[in-house]
Design a protein around this ligand. Structure first.
Ligand code: ZN
Length: 152
C-alpha cells in the first residue's frame, strides 16, 4: 500500500480477514485507539480503550494484540530509549522525530529523500547481509522557549 494514511476501521477489518483473524471487539478497540494515538505502548493503548469504554482489556491482552498485528506488518514496532516497546499505526515509508524527554514520536515525511535513499542503497552491498528495512529517527528534546510562547 503506497498511501500516507493508516488503514481506517473498515480497511483494518479487511486486513484482518486477509490474515484469517477475526475482527474481535478487542482488536477493533486496539486499532481505533492506535488511530487516535499513532505511536503507542501497550499501556497507552490500554488507557485509551478504558477511557473510551470500548472493550474490557488488560495490558497483557493489548500487548498480545499489538505484537500479533506487528508480526503480520499491520503495525511497525519502535524501540524507544525508555525500554518500552512502541507500536506505529503507520507502515508507509517515513522517518521519525523522537522526543527523548517525553518518549513521543512524530512522523516526518520526505518522499524525495526516502526514494533517493532507497535508490542509493540498492546499489550497495553489505556482505553477508540483506537490508530488510530502513529506520531513520531524529533524536530531539523540546525547545525551552516553547513554554514561554504560550504565556506571552
Ligand atoms: Zn510513525
Amino acid at each position: 500500500m503506497n498511501t500516507h494514511k493508516a488503514p481506517n476501521t473498515e480497511e483494518f477489518k479487511v486486513l484482518l480477514k486477509k490474515h484469517d483473524l477475526k475482527a474481535t471487539r478487542q482488536r477493533i478497540a486496539v486499532h481505533e485507539a492506535m488511530l487516535t494515538i499513532g505511536h503507542a505502548s501497550a499501556d497507552m493503548v490500554t488507557e485509551e480503550i478504558r477511557k473510551r469504554g470500548d472493550a474490557k482489556v488488560t495490558v497483557a491482552s493489548v500487548y498480545n494484540i499489538l505484537s500479533q498485528l506487528a508480526d503480520i506488518r499491520i503495525y511497525h514496532r519502535r524501540y524507544s530509549s525508555n525500554s518500552k516497546m512502541y507500536f506505529d499505526v503507520n507502515t508507509f515509508k517515513h522517518m521519525h522525530l523522537y522526543d527523548r524527554e517525553n518518549n513521543s514520536y512524530r512522523d516526518v515525511l520526505d518522499e524525495e529523500f526516502m526514494d533517493a535513499l532507497y535508490a542509493r542503497l540498492k546499489r550497495r552491498k553489505f556482505k553477508g547481509y540483506t537490508i530488510e528495512d530502513i529506520d531513520i529517527q531524529f533524536i530531539c528534546r523540546p525547545t525551552a522557549h516553547k513554554a514561554k510562547a504560550i504565556t506571552e
